[in-house]
Each structure stands twice: as C-alpha cells, then as structure tokens.
Write a protein that binds this ligand. Sequence first.
Ligand SMILES: NC(=O)N[C@@H](CC(=O)O)C(=O)O
Ligand SMILES: [Zn+2]
Ligand SMILES: [Zn+2]
Length: 346
Amino acid sequence: MTQITLPRPDDWHLHLRDGAMLEAVLPESARHFARAIIMPNLVPPVVTGAQAAAYRERILAGLPAGMRFTPLMTLYLTEETDPADVAAAAAAGIVTAVKLYPAGATTNSASGVRDFDKVRGVLEKMAEIGLPLCVHGEVTDPAVDIFDREAVFIERVLDPVRRATPGLRVVMEHITTKDGVDYVRSQGEDLGATITTHHLIINRNHILVGGIKPHYYCLPVAKRESHRLALVEAATSGEARFFLGTDSAPHADPAKESACGCAGCFTATNTMPLLAHVFEAEGRLANLEAFASRNGPAFYRLPVNSETLTLEKTDTATHWPAKIFGGAGPVTVFDPGFPVFWHVTP
Ligand SMILES: NC(=O)N[C@@H](CC(=O)O)C(=O)O
Ligand SMILES: [Zn+2]
Ligand SMILES: [Zn+2]
C-alpha cells in the first residue's frame, strides 16, 4: 500500500450550476476540495456583485451539514460590466476573479464579449486592483477550425489584450494545447493556467474512434495526443504557473446523449484519484501537491489550506458510481477507461 498526504486541494475552475443540479453536485466537490473558483455561466449569468453574493449564499445553503467548502465567486464579464461594481465586489471580498467568455465560445456564453474595446475600462481597473481575469481561450470565428481555436485565440486576442493592459493578471483556463503551455512559459508571473483532469487523460481519438462518446466531449475539445502529452508534462512539472482547475461541468445525461449534445465532463467525484494515477505514471507523484494544493493559492495570493487529504493506493481497483442522481437527472461521472487503484481515504 502506498499513501500520499497533501494540503487539502482546491479546484480553480468549477461549474456548480444552480437549484437541483447544485444540490446534487456540490457534495462531490466539497468532499475533497476546500475551495473552488465558481464559474458564473448560469442562465442568466452572474454579472453583478449583488448576483455573485446571492449565488454564494445559495451555494453555502446547499452544503450538507458537516461539510466545509469555500466558494470563491467570479463575475461574468459583459460589454456592460461596470468597473466600479467590479471594484466594489472585490473590495468587499465577494469576488475573487472575473471571467471572460468570448461571445458564443461555450455553454451559456451568449452574453460574452464581442468587442474588447468595450471592456477596456474594466480590465484596466482589474489591473490596478490586482483582480485576476479568468479566460476561456477560444476564438469563435466560424472560419477557424475548432482544433485551432485556442492557438488562434492566444495570437489574436490574448496576447494583444495583455499587451494593452499591463499588469493585468490572467489565468488561461483549461488549456488544451502545447501552444497554451508554451505561451504560459514564455510569459511572466502575471500569467497562469489551469489544466483539467480529463485533458490529462483523453485525446480526440477517445471522443471519436469506435463511435462518438458524448461524455468525453467538452470545450475546449480535447486535441491530438502530442498536446495531451504537453499538458501532462506541464501539470506534473511542479512549475508554479500550472494548477488544477477541473472544469467539472455537469449536464444531465439526456442533454449530453443527444443529437446536439452539451459540452462538459463531470470529474468532481474522481479527480483526485485520477490525478494520483496520472502523476504516479509519470514518476512525479511528489509534484501532485504543487499542482493541486500549492500553485493555485500562490497565484491567487491566498493561503495554502491547513487541512490535509490522503490518497491511498491498493491492489484492488477503485469504484465510483457511474452516475450521480439528483432532481436534475442523472449525471455521468467521467470514466478514464482504465482501472485506477487510488482512492481518497475517508
Ligand atoms: N467545459 C465545458 O465543456 N463546458 C462548460 C463551459 C466551459 O468551461 O467552457 C459548461 O459550463 O458546461
Ligand atoms: Zn470554458
Ligand atoms: Zn468551465
């Protein structure tokens, strides 16, 4: 038996949704993670400080008795966002970051940004107060191939926006390419990146070979194997600017198993055992602590959690429920497609 104990991990990119879905998925995250950056892409989106405060209350109210979990709230950046509201929400401790969705890039992103000149005032205010911008980094130009959208976003949008706003602290969310890894490494300390669990495990073949697998479909879509390998190398390197953001994104099964299925993988339940597997396979288990517990707080200028989490490896494969059930319908838990021998100790 092998064991590893880490400071309790955090999830720096999480979709908790609302209502019945929130109630079903919240314990799955709270069981292992101390804090999470909560994505604001509800319908309608969380755009003001008051809405973020109300959403935080709904999350805390949904937490089962005996569980501790701190939701770190974000605001959904729109072309109408008021810099003063953002600054007030940050000063009051209501929001930890602002989220940029290019309009139409992903699930519930219709209110996102089309014209970056319209958000210049907000970005400048954020640079001034040190509030991070979390970015869904894909262009939405229909002429750009879906597998190239991250690389093109870096060149056409991200790099120009960062140059135009010196001091802006940016997290490239859920990077999926070697281009993303290389860009982060080429830049200074004001740029970080989250990497998801599933992008360390699947490539585009997993989605498309032998029949289409809707539960492996997420955005940004998984890329070819060479990109997955670059992500694994970066995540397991221990380097400070790469940290865990699961992007666990629940959709009820009928919405995924459909002629037009939703994007999102649900990994809240089994992320920590899966990461232990991936890091051990690289001979880098010792760096799991950096990736899951230390680098995120360092970037967000928050303390590392004082509580711990222990993972244990046994001779028998770990089993998770294939689905979790709640009022919003069944949600399929991400299946890595190979046996995993790690579990989180109770
Ligand atoms: N990752 C996804 O595939 N889906 C996310 C949105 C997002 O993070 O882009 C969702 O909200 O369902
Ligand atoms: Zn996204
Ligand atoms: Zn997401």
